[in-house]
Design a protein around this ligand. Structure first.
Ligand SMILES: Cc1cc2nc3c(=O)[nH]c(=O)nc-3n(C[C@H](O)[C@H](O)[C@H](O)COP(=O)(O)OP(=O)(O)OC[C@H]3O[C@@H](n4cnc5c(N)ncnc54)[C@H](O)[C@@H]3O)c2cc1C
Length: 760
């Protein structure tokens, strides 16, 4: 028998909970939404209100938030905070019962029905929709890529905008230029001009370069005239018929050879498509945008939809504007639903005319429709109301009621299940084949024996440990990597080196195809994580259960004299912590849809940092004792060390590094379910003011947390520097070992005035 065992539950009809959602039904089909564009956020919201039993929804987007460009000029002008123009995708996905996978899609295989993102396994789909917007065209503008400040992607723009403001405040900017005089270009130009005036930087010249002989081509004459006069009045220099062909750090060149001194070139040119679409075989128009029909399905494939700026509607051509993307949300949702249920999609005819609201920087705006226009502060207030209510729809979601019962009525997706279930659950033979296939695909070679054989080298001892948990992350690949880090930490904490691992994987109930796809994702995460640590995966066990879960049994080696135990701390030792705390509170908040995506992104980044190098630095640096900080929290694990060493310690609450967002969530009373138990276990042995937020952090359970080591006090500063240089940016001395009772005293040293998450 193979030393990788596959077992299944009773195979009967049970109410099982699909991964990370409270839906009690198996996964039958995959809907993948690529890009958190304007139409997709509506689809997600609607799916949250009307879930489709049996459907696994996945949103793939590079960022945990998506920008609403209609508010960008307001952000630039200083009327809104950047947060106000962003829709949080992670909580929206939570609401929709969808997974959010962070990634930038770079390929689509229509045959295999997969999409690819660098650094992770391909993601399978049954039905897919692309709402990935555009980038400003840099074609024909030499130097634009290097020196230009492109308005999209907006996340990158906002970073460059902050850098620009710093340079302007330092007096390094004399002239700025805007390449592109469409609605976006003019609006942004006026907003930047306004902001510079407000900042007292009115000596900076503002220039607008128009390819045509006017601004706002396509808009009625009164609108164009209005804006030309406004630009003049504001002292913004307009360069008509100036096609920018080259940008240098200090100049801009036209197609006629004219040159203008410009220190900061903003690029708001016409839309360009994503180059990778050309490799997909999708039907594209001459400019590379995806051709779609009136049903919003692509002209090439019935199961591939495209919406927003990236789509080119052959039945109803329309300009690229957010308003059309927003309007496509509801028909896209309806048609996705219909296609998933095997019904014909319905045509959608977008409106011919649309209301254009163009702000003029100074809390005033122009409205244009049907050749008419109106302007004034009231138009801006109107636009402000429209924009804010749009954002509220996604950032103020109705409370979710967890669904724990199996759906009463058989939905279309579950109707096929009997047939498919037999394939998935009728015995280990088929599933065994399936696992073999997955292992082969991933290049994981396991010996066909009942158990793995490993001969330890002479003079070394074996260290054994087991650790794991059920999935708390949307991305199974990422989850696999986090479990590896978490499980190997025990070996590193002992000063050993892990050599072999056995994996026990529980996959949620699904059809055979979906089980296989999920196994590939999670096993690849485990494999990638172990490969990075040079640990061999020598066997395992796969079973079917309520949710995705991974456990790893790890073996490590160490020279007997090199082993670090929990005991060994001596008074005067400095306590070094290598990673920030807060994962317990953050993921508790995430489950409730209350955590910001950026916080979760940072927490995952921290969890993905291996403790290997930290262990080496601390071991060679003379650590007296070491442990890894996991479920019992910093104080719980420290207490284990103190008990073993028969000493006490104090912790400086001000010095304990925290993950962004952790304090915000703790201050809202959000805590991991384990936190109260940790506090109880410590009882009176943990001294210090109750109710202090930072006290909650020291008992916050950690996943893939850092190492806690006691090192000679004199070496602590040097070791922290070494750790930081090695990538443990938050490494810090957090306390000291003292003689006396086995207790932990929580102190405030006044070193750090506020929790770092206040910036989050
Ligand atoms: C300054 C400015 C102001 C504007 N003001 C208005 C206005 O007031 N009204 C109006 O109607 N229009 C306005 N527009 C136009 C508007 O921005 C676009 O028409 C609108 O954003 C298009 O929406 P979308 O859903 O197609 O894509 P987007 O809103 O651009 O969203 C695309 C999403 O896809 C993601 N993505 C991109 N590539 C990938 C990938 N490879 N893999 C995964 N995800 C990816 C992005 O991160 C993003 O979340 C303005 C444009 C600018 C530049």
């Amino acid at each position: 028998m193979n030393n990788w065992v596959v077992s299944f539950g009773n195979g009967g009809r049970r109410a099982l909970v699909s991964m990370r959602t409270s839906r009690p039904e198996p996964i039958v089909r995959d809907l993948v939404l690529v890009g958190g564009g304007h139409a997709h956020v509506t689809v997600l919201r609607k799916l949250g209100m009307h879930p489709i039993p049996g459907l696994q929804v996945t949103l793939v987007s590079p960022d945990p938030e998506t920008a609403y460009s209609g508010m960008l000029p307001g952000v630039v002008a200083g009327h809104y905070y950047p947060d106000e123009m962003h829709i949080e995708l992670a909580p929206l996905c939570r609401f929709a019962g969808a997974r959010w996978i962070q990634g930038t899609v770079t390929g689509l295989d229509r045959e295999a029905q997969t999409i690819s993102c660098p650094g992770r396994p391909d993601i399978p789909y049954d039905v897919i929709s692309l709402d990935i917007g555009i980038t400003p065209s840099l074609e024909g503008i030499a130097g634009a890529e290097t020196y230009g400040i492109a308005v999209k992607p907006i996340g990158q723009f906002l970073e460059k905008w902050e850098q620009f403001l710093e340079r302007a405040r330092r007096g390094e900017i004399t002239q700025i230029g805007f390449v592109g005089a469409g609605a976006g270009g003019v609006e942004l130009c006026l907003a930047v001009h306004y902001r510079l005036q407000q900042e007292g930087l009115d000596q900076i010249g503002v220039n607008l370069f128009a390819e045509d002989d006017t601004v706002l081509p396509g808009y009625p004459l009164p609108v164009r005239t209005h804006f030309i006069r406004l630009l003049e009045k504001r002292g913004i220099k307009l360069y008509p018929r100036f096609r920018v062909v080259e940008i240098s750090p200090t100049e801009m060149f036209s197609h006629r050879g004219d040159r203008v001194s410009i220190d900061a070139p903003f690029i708001v040119t016409r839309a360009a498509s994503h180059p990778w679409l050309r490799e997909t075989g999708l039907a594209l128009d001459d400019d590379g945008f995806i051709e779609v029909r009136s049903t919003l399905q692509t002209c090439s494939d019935d199961n591939i939809f495209a919406v927003g700026d990236v789509a080119s509607n052959v039945d109803h051509p329309r300009p690229k504007a957010g308003v059309f993307a927003v309007r496509q949300g509801p028909p896209l949702y309806r048609n996705l639903r219909r296609v998933l249920h095997g019904r014909s999609p319905q045509p959608f005819r977008p409106q011919q005319e649309f209301l254009s609201l163009i702000s003029t920087g100074d809390r005033s705006a122009v409205a244009a429709k049907w050749g008419q226009m109106a302007s004034g502060a009231w138009v801006w207030r109107w636009k402000d109301r429209i924009d804010r209510s749009f954002m509220d729809r996604f950032n103020r979601l109705p409370a979710m009621k967890p669904v724990m019962k199996a759906p009463k009525k058989r939905d279309g997706l579950l109707a096929d299940l009997d047939e498919q279930m037999r394939c998935a659950g009728c015995g280990s033979k088929v599933a065994g084949d399936l696992l073999t296939e997955v292992l082969r695909e991933l290049g994981i070679a396991v010996e066909p024996e009942d158990a793995a054989v490993y001969t330890p080298p002479p003079n070394e001892v074996l260290l054994h440990t087991v650790d794991g948990f059920r999935s708390f992350l949307d991305d199974p690949h990422q989850f696999g990597r986090v479990v590896v880090n978490h499980a190997l930490s025990d070996i590193y904490a002992m000063g050993g080196r892990p050599v072999t691992a056995l994996a026990a994987v529980t996959v949620p109930y699904a059809t055979a195809t979906k089980t296989r796809e999920l196994l590939v994702q999670v096993m690849r995460g485990i494999r990638d994580g172990l490969n990075a640590e040079e640990v061999a995966l020598v066997g395992g066990h796969t079973t079917e259960g309520a949710e995705l879960a991974v456990w790893l049994s790890v073996n490590g080696l160490a020279k007997p004299d090199d082993i670090h135990r929990k005991g060994g701390l001596v008074p005067g030792d400095a306590l070094i912590l290598t990673k920030p705390l807060g994962t317990g509170a953050l993921f508790a908040a995430d489950m409730q849809g209350k955590a910001r995506g950026r916080w979760i992104e940072k927490a995952v980044e921290s969890m993905l940092i291996s403790n290997r190098t930290a262990s080496q630095i601390l071991t060679t640096g003379g650590a007296h004792a070491m442990t890894d900080v996991t479920g019992f929290g910093l104080a719980g694990h420290l207490m284990e060390m103190l008990e073993a060493s028969k000493v006490g310690a104090w912790l400086s609450l001000d010095r304990i590094p925290d993950l962004p967002g952790a304090y915000q969530m703790i201050s809202k009373g959000i805590a991991s379910t384990l936190q109260a138990g940790n506090e109880r276990t410590l009882g009176e042995r943990l001294h210090g003011r109750r109710g202090d937020l930072r006290r909650a952090l020291v008992v916050d359970p950690q996943t893939a947390g850092g190492l806690l080591a006691g090192v000679p006090g004199a070496d602590a500063g040097r070791l922290v520097e070494e750790l930081r240089a090695a990538g443990y940016d938050s490494a810090a001395v957090v306390g000291e070992v003292v003689a006396g009772d086995v207790t932990i005293e929580l102190r405030q040293m006044g070193v750090k005035s506020s929790p770092s998450s206040a910036q989050g």
